[in-house]
Design a protein around this ligand. Sequence first.
Ligand code: CP
Ligand code: NVA
Length: 310
Amino acid sequence: MAITMKGKDLVSIHDLSREETEQILDTAHILKMKHKLGEIYHPLKGKALGMIFQKSSTRTRVSFEVGMWQLGGYALFLGANDLQLNRGETIADTARNLSRYLDGIMIRTFAHQDVIELAESSSVPVINGLTDLLHPCQVLADLFTIREKKNNLIGLKLAYIGDGNNMAHSLMFGGAKMGMHIVICSPSGFEPDPEVTRLSKLDAAKSGATITIKNDPAEAVQAADVIYTDVWTSMGMETEYEQRLKTFSRFQVNGALLEKAKEDVLVMHCLPAHRGEEITDEVIDGPHSIVFDQAENRLHVQKAIMALIM
Ligand code: CP
Ligand code: NVA
C-alpha cells in the first residue's frame, strides 16, 4: 500500500524509512515508463518549485527544471546572486518568504546545516540538491540505476574509491538502508565523517547491510558488483587541488583496478568526471560504465521525489 510522503523533506536518505526509499524507486520506474511511452502526466499542475543554487550544476539544475515541467509544474532558478541571502537575509526568513509563493524548494549549497535550517523554517517540502556533507538525490538515482541493471540491491557489494565526501556519505546511507555491502576506500586522512559512519552502521545493522572503511583500492574492489568514484576535489575545495592530485594518485579507477573486481562489474560516477584523474577514459567510455544511465535517471527519480512529497 502506498505510504503518504506529502509534505516531507528530503534532506538525507538516513531520514527515510526503507519503505519510503523503495516507494521512491518504484514511483521512478512508473514515471520513467510513462515518459518513454510519451504519456503526458501532470500531477503537479499549478505547483512551483524554487531551485536555489549556491554552487554550479549541470545535471541537477537541468533534471529538476525539466522534471518539474514534465510533471505539469513550474521551476524557478535562483542563482547565487539572485536572492537577498548573500546580502545577509537569514535562511529562516528566506524560507518563510519562499514558502508563501512556492510549493517546494530545492537547494544546493555548502553547509549542510543551512539545508536543515531551511527545512525547519519552511512550510513547504525542502529537497537537498547537494551539500558539503550529502547528495541524496544522486544516490537515490544511483540505487535506481543499480536495481535496473541487477534487478535487486540486497547483498550487492559496492566499492567506492576516492574521497570520503558527500557522495561517499550518501552512498553509505543509501546502501545501508537497502541492504548492500558498501566499502569506502579513501587515502588515510580522507575517510568519511565519523558521525555518518556511525549512523550508517546503525542503519546497516537493521537491513543486513555492511559498511566497511578501507585504504587499499585493490583489496576494496575484490568481488565488487559496482565500483563507484567521484572527483578528488569537490566544489569549494579548489585550493587543495594540487595537493589532492598527489594524495589520491593511487586511487584511480583504471583498467588494472577493474580486473580485480567481478567480470560483470558496473562502473559508476556521479559526474562531472575529471578524466585522467579519478577515472581513465578507457574505463568511463568502456563497456562496464553506466555513468550516463545514472545521469538520465536523475530526471526520473527526482520526478518521483517531487510527485510524492509536493
Ligand atoms: N551529479 C551532479 O549532481 O551533477 P551536477 O553537479 O552537474 O548537478
Ligand atoms: N563531490 C562532488 C559531487 C558533485 C556532483 C562535489 O561536491 O563537487
